[in-house]
Design a protein around this ligand. Structure first.
Ligand SMILES: [Zn+2]
Length: 119
């Protein structure tokens, strides 16, 4: 297994930061950043392939259609759930003639998802 990846943003090497400057004398270049895969956290994350959020989002903006077509979504998915509705007292704040707000109680309905995938 390789111990590093190169950032996958095709424009990484055009971003002007000190961390990308390589070369000697008059032969300086901006180089794609190397990502050391030193921790399991990095190896298992998207940042194993992108040196930072800016490069990740640049890549996603440039290749959004291709990324979406890797696993096209043509209809919504659904997860079966059970819900519980409860009534509870809540408050609205109503602006009044004096320029202040008045606290007005009302009975609100709270919807709580009590479980998923049970049947
Ligand atoms: Zn990068």
């Amino acid at each position: 297994m390789s111990s590093y990846n190169w950032c996958h943003n095709p424009d990484c090497h055009t971003i002007e930061t000190q961390s990308r400057v390589r070369g000697t004398g008059d032969n300086k270049v901006l180089r794609t950043r190397k990502i050391p895969l030193t921790s399991e956290y990095i190896r298992n994350s998207i940042y194993a392939y992108f040196c930072n959020q800016n490069c990740l989002h640049s890549f996603l903006n440039k290749f959004a259609r291709e990324v979406a077509n890797i696993r096209a979504v043509r209809q919504p998915s659904e997860t079966p759930i059970k819900i519980e509705k409860t009534k509870e007292e809540s408050y609205r704040y109503r602006h009044n003639d004096t320029g202040n707000y008045q606290r007005v109680p009302y009975m609100a309905t709270r919807t709580t998802i009590i479980n998923k995938n049970s049947s």
